[in-house]
Design a protein around this ligand. Structure first.
Ligand code: ACM
Length: 548
């Protein structure tokens, strides 16, 4: 019985049963296209084990890395096969990505100590069992959203999260870079976005109804070189970084920096500062030519930094009160022949949809981007929906022929509490336990097979209003992200129910891996005393909708 997470498609012992021993003489023979994975094995597994893993092919005692078109044909580009028999240890990938996921499996086979950064027991022998592993992911989009706007995560923390994603075979990092509470990416043309927009004077502690404030200034942003480093580090791990620049709502930090972006005929936007509390904010972008040009210029710099085919432009939670009150917004609505403010929002989104499509990129937006469209006012075929308010937006999108990333807040918003007990830190949202997340099924039964093919995958979202440090993010993310990883990587067992008892058994080994990685997860028995936040108000929602 294996202890791998996520569970592979097939693991079988190779008789006679036994162990393959790795030692100081073990070489890595790296075939064409496998150099990056060889480097990762040498630097990461080599550091943990103390094994030199020198390059070479002149020995039976070697790991052979190959990109194999036959594996690609059988298991797809992200598929792989590991064969450990009495001879060399062979790892074949359908592509370099498949080979990299194989390397993650191989590290798990070595044991928890292989997840440390230096050997804790230099004289120990390193072995892996004689097995064949065949594996491939269920979905191409296995994502995590990190909200670095509400609480900034310094660059080192993002790089660490990329390693944690890689260890779970997750391959998309959706970086929520802008919001009312902060602008986190350097834009050379508009320096005030970070000079003004990257910090706030103080911060609400807990839910917005809480009376508590942290009176320390909070902030930070990524320079362009920080972003280049993050993107390159991700690419070495076969992870795509999808940037999000959220418009036309969630924009108060940008308006604080450049007041002309707001509805200046409704409020005095020069009086706005970066928002210091939480919730849905009425101060949204003005639908003017100036705003469109400004964000085109921002996005032009974003496209230079992020090679991702997908660029997220938000589109969620845009209150319409200011547009209703704004003569300029009303004039724009009339000039464009739009019926109302919902159509005005759709017009705004479609502008950037066309702009991105014209530059060979695909727009992704929250499921509100489906609203307010006039007949003929369609999104480009590549436009993709992040379905967050449940499955309905995703179902509508798939039926309309758009691709979908499923991230329903009722299931995979990992800022929501993971137990009902009074000790959960700053409890918000629904109770979603490790088992609940494990039972998350991204493809709704209503979809036909053809429509279901539009479900690119799913995403777990880590919103950080009440997660002010890396430890808090760890606590909310883990262990549930391990369960999520299995829902997006591992095939759904026929007849359709996942075996939670077996997952829980394998989690025994996985907690040891997380310990070795230094992850501040929620222990199965509940938070440790220092993981609690007594006295900080949350907003638990009772009566969670059932998991389908
Ligand atoms: C969202 O949670 N507002 C996308």
């Amino acid at each position: 019985m294996h202890e791998l997470i996520p569970s592979p498609r097939r693991v079988a012992d190779i008789p006679p049963s036994g162990l393959y021993v790795l030692d100081d003489e073990t070489l890595i023979e790296a075939g064409p296209g496998t150099e990056g994975v060889a480097r990762w094995l040498r630097t990461t597994v080599g550091a943990a084990t103390g094994l030199p893993l020198e390059p070479g092919g002149d020995s039976d005692n070697r790991i052979v890395l190959t990109v194999d078109p036959a594996v690609e044909r059988q298991l797809g580009p992200e598929g792989y096969r590991i064969v450990v028999d009495g001879y060399a240890l062979r790892i074949d990938g359908g592509s370099a990505a498949g080979l990299f996921w194989a390397a993650q499996t191989f590290r798990q086979m070595l044991g928890p100590e292989a997840f440390r950064r230096a050997p804790v027991n230099p004289r120990r022998e390193w072995t892996v069992p004689r097995v064949v592993v065949e594996d491939a992911p269920r979905f191409a989009w296995r994502g995590v959203l990190l909200d670095v706007a509400r609480h900034f995560m310094p660059k080192d923390g993002v790089l660490r999260y990329l390693d944690l994603l890689a260890a779970h075979k997750l391959n998309v990092l959706h970086l929520h870079l802008t919001d009312d509470q902060g602008w986190r990416v350097e834009i050379e043309r508009y320096p005030r976005l970070t000079e003004v927009g990257a910090w706030r004077a103080r911060t609400k502690v807990g839910h917005r109804a809480s009376p508590l404030w942290d009176e320390r200034p909070h902030g930070g942003y990524y320079t362009k070189d920080d972003i280049r480093e993050i993107v390159a580090y991700a690419a070495e791990r076969h992870i795509t970084v999808v940037p999000e620049i959220d418009v036309p709502g969630h924009s108060q930090a940008a308006i604080a920096a450049y007041p002309e972006l707001g509805n200046t005929d409704v409020i005095d936007t020069t009086a706005l500062s970066v928002w210091d509390t939480w919730g849905v904010n009425p101060n949204v972008l003005a639908p003017t030519d100036n705003t469109l040009a400004f964000y085109e210029n921002v996005l032009a710099e974003v496209l230079e930094l992020f090679p991702s085919p997908f660029v997220h432009i938000g589109g969620d939670e845009c209150p319409k009160e200011q547009w209703k009150a704004s003569p300029a917004a009303q004039a724009r609505t009339a000039a464009e022949g739009l019926a109302d403010e919902d159509e005005l929002q759709s017009w705004f989104i479609r502008h950037f949809d066309r702009w991105l499509a014209g530059r060979g990129r695909r727009l992704v937006g929250w499921d509100e981007i489906l609203e307010g469209r006039r007949p003929g006012g369609s999104l480009s075929p590549g436009a993709t929906v992040s379905s967050w308010r449940g499955f309905a937006g995703g179902i509508a999108a798939a039926r309309a022929g758009h691709d979908v990333v499923m991230c329903p807040e009722q299931q995979v918003y990992l800022d929501h509490r993971q137990a009902a007990g009074p000790d959960e830190p700053v409890p918000i949202g629904y109770v979603r336990t490790l088992e609940d997340v494990y039972r998350f099924e991204p493809v709704p039964p209503e979809l036909t097979q053809e429509q279901a093919a539009h479900v690119l995958g799913a995403q777990a979202n880590l919103w950080t209003e009440v997660m002010e440090t890396q430890q808090r993010v760890d606590y909310q993310a883990f262990p549930r992200l391990a369960a999520f990883a299995e829902t997006v990587w591992s095939a759904l067992p026929a007849p359709g129910r996942r075996d939670y008892a077996d997952f829980a058994r394998r989690m025994g080994a996985h907690y040891r891996r997380l310990d070795a990685l230094g992850v501040d997860y929620r222990p199965p028995g509940g938070p440790r005393p220092w993981q609690r936040r007594p006295g900080v108000l949350g907003r638990p929602i009772e009566g969670a909708p059932p998991i389908v």
